[in-house]
Design a protein around this ligand. Structure first.
Ligand SMILES: [Zn+2]
Length: 87
């Protein structure tokens, strides 16, 4: 009887642990998809920034926050050489 209870508890624990891992993975994927970047809303600049406090944005009067996919496809921006690290 006691042995069965222990086995049951162990199974529950394993199930819970794998569920936790899956949840964590899913969360990471969502974060990646929804990466927000900052761009200067002007036609003369062509970079996107990972932070609004980038020194390259200090001259910009109209900073807007967009998701990375839009920055690349809609606004045709390239990674900022100061704040976006390309790996
Ligand atoms: Zn930048």
């Amino acid at each position: 009887m006691k042995r069965t209870t222990l086995l049951f508890a162990a199974t529950l624990f394993l199930l819970f642990t794998s569920f936790g891992n899956n949840y964590q993975q899913q969360k990471n994927n969502e974060t990646k998809k929804d990466t927000s970047v900052y761009i200067c809303y002007s036609v003369s600049v062509e970079a996107y920034h990972s932070t609004a406090s980038c020194k390259d944005l200090s001259r910009c009067k109209e900073i807007i926050k967009v998701n990375l996919a839009d920055a690349l496809k809609k606004y045709h921006r390239k990674a900022c050489k100061f704040c976006v690290s390309e790996k």
